[in-house]
Design a protein around this ligand. Structure first.
Ligand SMILES: Nc1ncnc2c1ncn2[C@@H]1O[C@H](COP(=O)(O)OP(=O)(O)OP(=O)(O)O)[C@@H](O)[C@H]1O
Length: 632
């Protein structure tokens, strides 16, 4: 069979170069990655055989084997697992199909130091390619279980790789690294040394549930020694807490999550009784880059009596906890259980409730005992946790209790709702918030003026989900959550006579202008009224208390839902010279053509001030230019 040569995808080539000129100082981890892939391949084969007994595959002694040849300076990691077909090798090994590769590479190039680069690579995980940190050539020979022909893949980690079919490949995959010369100064150890291999396997892969064997090289003239099993194979989740070190837990986390960094927290949970299970969950320390993409893979694996059943088990945790990684091992499920059955299983639903409560109480503990850890957690996962405020009414209070929000009270320290309430002024009945794209834009919004003036604290909500949960939640401890940009806001003490009298007078004075403007702006505006929110700006637009905000309208449209355009309310600041002038002109002039333009301008300025888009930018620019021309 001829050998075909292929070019690596551009991204794959760039990643390979990064691996070769190693951004990662600890090169030992290449073995963990290869063993991890081999272990996955064994899991997959066992599962496939379980589902389809007719599969022509030998599952009697599934294991991983590590062989070294000191003379040839090669190290081989072999498994008798699922293997790959010719096409799969091309797809899985020659390309990087993962979303976000381009972003990762860009960030890597921008990372200023090795530690930053290491962190980024860690988040991504480059698995198989890490072999090129220690080898100048990698050969992979594989045969998919059930197929007769095998495939050999070879590359020197440069621009190309070659593929050929082979006739006599054993079932599974063997990855052979042609090792670079050892260079201990650069952490490139002698990976042909049995004690080094023992040490690495023990450190990183002890919990792997398949035997990892090594056949030590025979001394001259002696028979080959018996293979030695290097790992204990004990499922960490089944061992008691004091038997397992934090490092061991962390290695399991890295195996499951493909993250190279330590988790923020490890959570153990055992349930005894009618439905027994053990769970070992991890809260990562960093949000993965694809957390908000549609095909994000959740991190909880399901085992049944120590047998791996599935990755990415969505029935075990609600979507807003999708960042939690870990293992759940249930005793009383069928090995053939499917995703559909899991979704309907009463025990699984109970398990999900318990795991959810445990995850939330862990966050509560961060909050109570370790402010830094809580701050990291919230920075990384607050946005996704808030989705639960909308979707999980049972745990809404628990989520609200651990949620925090940016606030006008402090520049860099978010507040909980409880603390906000403690600080509420005498007579303040509601919790005020404003939503928008960035802290800066909403802090300077005209809607904030009266609040700033009176020193009333406002929560600054800038995540898309904030628009939704505030409506779903509605109130906290009997205090309404109120948008400063919705409905009528009256911050003056009720019944203040002077204010009331003044307002009545103004209402009379402005009645004509307000009615006339409403007619002029009828397409977009349903009411024009005098404002009690504004102290500096001439005008602002607000939504009715129960109307959709423009951001929500856009969100629904982006999701493909039809929503009618909601007309808004224009508020004018009667204390502003521009508004006063407009009123005077309205009263004095018969010809109101110019005035109509001014009304339009005022409206557009109000839209711009809250970060909106003018409906007709060209006309707006022309009107402003006209006015400027007259003043210069
Ligand atoms: N020993 C193996 N047996 C069977 N398939 C394998 C083996 N090694 C790798 N693969 C296939 O190649 C794919 C790519 O492997 P690679 O190590 O690059 O990434 P990964 O394991 O998917 O994720 P990560 O990069 O985060 O480790 C795997 O998902 C798997 O399908």
């Amino acid at each position: 069979m001829t050998t075909e040569t292929f070019e690596f995808q551009v991204e794959a080539r760039q990643l390979l170069q990064l691996m070769i000129h190693s951004v990662y100082s600890n090169k030992d981890v290449f073995l963990r990655e290869l063993v991890s892939n081999a272990s996955d391949a064994l899991d997959k084969l066992r599962l496939e055989k379980l589902r389809d007994d007719s599969l022509d595959a030998d599952v009697s002694d599934l294991h991983i084997e590590i062989d070294v040849d000191k003379e040839a300076r090669t190290l081989t990691v072999r498994d008798n697992g699922i293997g790959m077909s010719y096409d799969e090798v091309g797809q899985l090994i020659g390309t990087i199909a993962k979303s976000g590769t381009a972003t990762l590479l860009k960030e890597l190039k921008e990372a200023k130091d090795a530690a930053g680069a290491e962190g980024l690579i860690g988040q991504f995980g480059v698995g198989f390619y890490s072999g090129f940190m220690v080898a100048d050539e990698v050969t992979l020979v594989t045969r998919r279980a059930g197929e007769s022909q095998g495939t050999r893949w070879t590359s020197r980690g440069e621009a190309t790789y070659s593929l050929e079919t082979v006739e006599d490949a054993p079932q599974g995959t063997a990855v052979t690294l042609h090792l670079k010369p050892a260079d201990p100064e650069n952490q490139l150890h002698d990976y042909t040394s049995p004690w080094k291999i023992r040490e690495i396997v023990k450190r990183y892969s002890d919990f792997i549930t398949w035997p990892i064997r090594m056949v030590p090289e025979a001394a001259d003239g002696e028979d080959a020694p018996e293979p030695e099993t290097l790992n204990s194979m004990k499922a960490l989740w089944a061992r008691s807490r004091d038997e397992v070190s934090d490092d061991e837990y962390h290695e399991l986390y890295k195996h499951i999550s493909h993250d190279w960094r330590e988790p923020l927290e490890t959570i153990r949970l055992q349930a005894e009784g009618t439905f027994e299970y053990q769970a070992l969950l991890f809260v990562p320390s960093h949000a993965p880059h694809d957390l908000f993409t549609r095909d994000f893979r959740r991190g909880v694996q399901l085992y049944v009596k120590r047998v791996f059943i599935m990755d990415d088990c969505e029935a075990l945790l609600p979507p807003y906890l999708r960042f939690v990684k870990g293992v759940v091992d249930a005793q009383d499920l069928s090995l053939n259980v499917s995703r559909e059955i899991l979704q309907q299983d009463r025990h699984i639903r109970m398990m999900q409730r318990r795991l959810t409560k445990k995850a939330l109480s862990t966050v509560k503990e961060f909050m109570a005992k370790d402010a830094d850890r809580y701050a990291t957690f919230w920075r990384e996962f607050g946005t996704v946790l808030k989705e639960g405020l909308v979707t999980d009414s049972e745990n809404r209070d628990a989520i609200l209790a651990v949620a925090s929000f940016a606030t006008t009270h402090a520049d860099d320290e978010p507040t909980t709702l409880a603390r906000y309430v403690e600080r509420m002024k005498d007579g303040q009945e509601d919790i005020y918030y404003i939503t928008g794209e960035s802290r800066q834009s909403i802090e300077n919004s005209p809607h904030m003026e009266a609040f700033r003036d009176k020193g009333i604290e406002v929560l600054l909500l800038t995540d898309a989900v904030d628009e939704v949960w505030v409506d779903a939640v509605g109130e906290y401890e009997g205090k309404k959550l109120r948008s400063v940009a919705k409905g009528e806001i009256d911050l003056d003490a009720k019944g203040e006579e002077q204010a009331d009298g003044e307002r009545e007078k103004q209402a009379e004075e402005y009645a004509g202008l307000l009615g006339w403007m409403r007619e002029r702006l009828d397409e977009d505006i349903k009411e024009v009224r005098l404002s009690t929110r504004l102290t500096v700006s001439p005008a602002c637009v607000v939504s009715d208390a129960h109307d959709l905000t423009p951001a929500l309208e856009n969100m629904y449209r982006a999701m493909g839902q039809e929503v009618p355009r909601t007309k808004r309310i224009l508020e004018l600041n009667p204390g502003h010279p521009l508004v006063k002038g407009l009123n005077q002109a309205y009263r004095e002039r018969e010809d109101r053509t110019e005035l109509a333009e001014s009304a339009e301008l005022l409206h557009t300025l109000a839209v711009l001030a809250e970060g909106g888009q003018p409906k007709d930018p060209a006309t707006f620019v022309r009107l402003v230019a006209d006015r400027l021309e007259r003043t210069v």
